[in-house]
Design a binder for this molecule. Sequence first.
Ligand SMILES: [Zn+2]
Length: 213
Amino acid sequence: MNQSHILEILSSLQALVTESHIVYTSGKHGSSYINKDALYPHSAETSQLCRLFAEYFAQDAIDIVIAPALGGIILSQWTAHHLSQLHKREVLALYAEKIEGTKDFVIKRGYDKLLPGKNVLVLEDVLTTGGSVKKVIELVRTHGGNVAGLGVLCNRGGVTQEEVGSVPKLQALVSVSLEAWEPEHCPLCAQDIPINTNVGKGREFLEQKKKSY
Ligand SMILES: [Zn+2]
């Protein structure tokens, strides 16, 4: 599967919109929009994308896949399933979860005891700053797992493998620009490119603009 096929899957579900004119919740404008939650209800498409993770990391002798909850659980399950099929041996699917009221993660439920000495693939849906997944990577290492790589659905912050704890491999299915502008400095507005009213806050922005005339 090539990049355009991946984009096609995500676009058809409105999980990803690129080369558009989007109004974000923050009020800023930009050209791309990602909504991972629009992907997960569709198990066939989710499975297809996770198959790609399995293929990308097929040579890395992965024993365990782990991802941060909640969305990550779905990625972890499907990818471990495909790796198990590829290798004809069981690859485990685990998840790390947020410690309530904090931004920190924990690996509990006995999953931490499965990690020592194992090759671990870490997954994340959207990489913006990489902060959350970096914590999961550190946790895996603390529990004695060997982080073999990081797979992400979408790298929207241009995050590098060094920034997330120097993982040996970082594979993003798609990379999109995070660049955003205040409306008055928006180059897309300046070029009169129509605002996307299907996703984000485009419709509200246009209604507000109409009122102010
Ligand atoms: Zn604009």
